[in-house]
Design a protein around this ligand. Structure first.
Ligand code: 5CA
Length: 445
């Protein structure tokens, strides 16, 4: 993408309404524009990151055998009357009437609708296990939408639903989701800690939230800091292997880690003092096992091998896709701007032309741009007629992990400069070597 032809409405001033760094940088980097309280347009740069995050979520869900579909944002109220949640949900639910005076709502989540789909099409244990998910916009009329996309009213969520024959199978589905979440967050460059949580309006008694530690987080968290060193890494997971999946979950949930909702001071005090930490966290996902809460209320049953009929065992599992942009920036920035982890960056690398219009500099930039494209990498090429300082400031603000700087002086010696956004470290390389090195960095992602 050539910056001269892109749409990147960068702001020079700090927007007064933004209280936290992620909100500030998302506005300044031209990623989002507020349209109403808690409702945003996703401008091209923000949209690219949103799509990257969705992509990772899709890949990790499908790796575990979970099946994507798409349900609508608008739902008939009658489904929610069946479960009893139409009255329970309160003012967070946006209620709408259509022209025929039918009660509709903008879905805050989809347990009822997915149960309706299940009961219409599935009736036997032979069709289980089954996990369906979608990535779709939700609406919750939050009392206090704030911090940009972090607490929106309209927000993008991945929500998945498992259907199983018995409790053991449903617990395996719960565990499977925990592992897919750990892997997804790691690929996004995040450490998200599963913490025992409270279930709220979703229901059930088995639930974990995933929290990214950050001072600006809305939840108070209590944890043994050895939990922050746990990594899934590249280990092979067989998602059908119940014992293996359960043991990974045990590894990640044995050390004490809880939110204020489930905090137990007596247990917390047993952690050696040097490891006992109180902090704040951003909730980027939550998984629930709630058994037959919805299937019983809505008549979603399956025939078992012995011919009897039982309500199907269920759970639901959410990832805050749009909130993740804020969480990643909170976890990865400096005073110049965002520092995208390679896994989610909107562009893998930026090219800065220090002397636009100089024939040999332009030619070298074009060569690098095309060389990267040939390796499957779309660079953001700053080909504007701007001062070098302004170009660097933009690149630093939008946070691409790598920058290739091309100028007449370096080129005279056959060199360009490759700079790492995170460390600031630079090295001089031939244009070909710079392309090869960037390609190498991204080859494993
Ligand atoms: N049905 C279940 C699981 S699919 C559910 O709705 N869970 S949830 O309420 O915990 O939401 C899932 C995730 O969506 C949360 O962990 C959070 O990351 C994100 N989320 C929830 N509310 C908001 C909001 N107002 N703005 C942005 N993200 C939100």
């Amino acid at each position: 993408m050539r910056l001269s032809r892109y749409f990147l409405p960068v702001l020079k001033e700090n927007p007064a309404e933004a209280q936290i760094v992620s909100h500030r940088y998302m506005l300044r980097a031209g990623m989002i524009k507020q349209q109403a309280a808690g409702i945003y347009s996703w401008l091209p740069l923000g949209y690219r990151v949103l799509r990257r995050i969705e992509q990772i979520v899709h890949e990790e869900q499908q790796r575990a055998g979970h099946i994507p579909l798409l349900m609508p944002t608008l739902q008939p109220a009658d489904l929610w009357r069946e479960s009893g949640r139409y009255d329970d949900y309160g003012q967070e639910m946006l209620r709408i009437k259509d022209r025929h005076d039918r009660d509709m709502l903008y879905g805050p989540t989809n347990e009822e609708m997915i149960t309706d789909i299940f009961r219409a099409h599935v009736g036997s244990y032979k069709d289980l296990p089954l996990t369906l998910y979608h990535i779709q916009w939700k609406f919750r009329d939050e009392v206090r939408p704030r911090f940009g996309v972090m607490r929106g009213r309209e927000f993008l969520m991945k929500d998945g639903y498992n259907f199983d024959i018995d409790r053991d199978a449903a617990i395996h589905a719960y565990n499977r989701h925990m592992v897919t979440y750990l892997r997804s967050y790691e690929r996004m460059g995040l450490t998200a800690i599963p913490m025992r949580a409270a279930s709220g309006p979703i229901g059930g008694d088995n639930t974990h939230e995933f929290l990214v530690l950050a001072q600006t987080g809305e939840s108070e968290v209590f944890y043994d800091d050895r939990v922050t060193a746990l990594k899934l890494g590249a280990r092979d997971i067989d998602y059908d292997d119940r014992a293996q999946v359960a043991s990974v979950c045990e590894e990640f949930t044995t050390l004490y880690a809880r939110t204020d909702e489930t905090h137990d001071a007596a247990l917390f005090d047993q952690i050696p003092e040097e490891h006992r930490k109180v902090g704040r966290g951003i909730e980027v996902g939550q998984i629930f096992y709630f058994g037959t809460k919805y299937s019983e209320a809505m008549g979603a049953t399956v025939v078992t091998p012995d011919g009897s009929r039982v309500p199907v065992e269920m759970g639901s599992h959410g990832i805050g896709v749009s909130r993740l942009l804020g969480a990643i920036i909170e976890a990865s920035h400096d005073d110049k701007g965002i520092i995208w982890p390679e896994g989610v960056t909107p562009f893998p690398v930026g090219i800065v032309n220090l002397k636009q219009g100089d024939a040999s500099t332009d030619l070298a930039c074009e060569g690098i741009y095309k060389g990267l494209a040939a390796k499957g990498l779309e660079a953001l090429y700053d080909d504007r007629d701007e001062r070098a300082g302004a170009k660097f400031a933009t690149m630093d603000l939008i946070g691409l992990p790598w920058r290739i700087t091309v100028g007449p002086r370096g080129l005279a010696a056959g060199k360009v400069e490759l700079t790492c956004r995170r460390t600031g470290a630079s090295e001089e390389l031939s244009p070909e070597a710079a392309v090869a090195k960037v390609a190498d960095i991204y080859a494993g992602l």
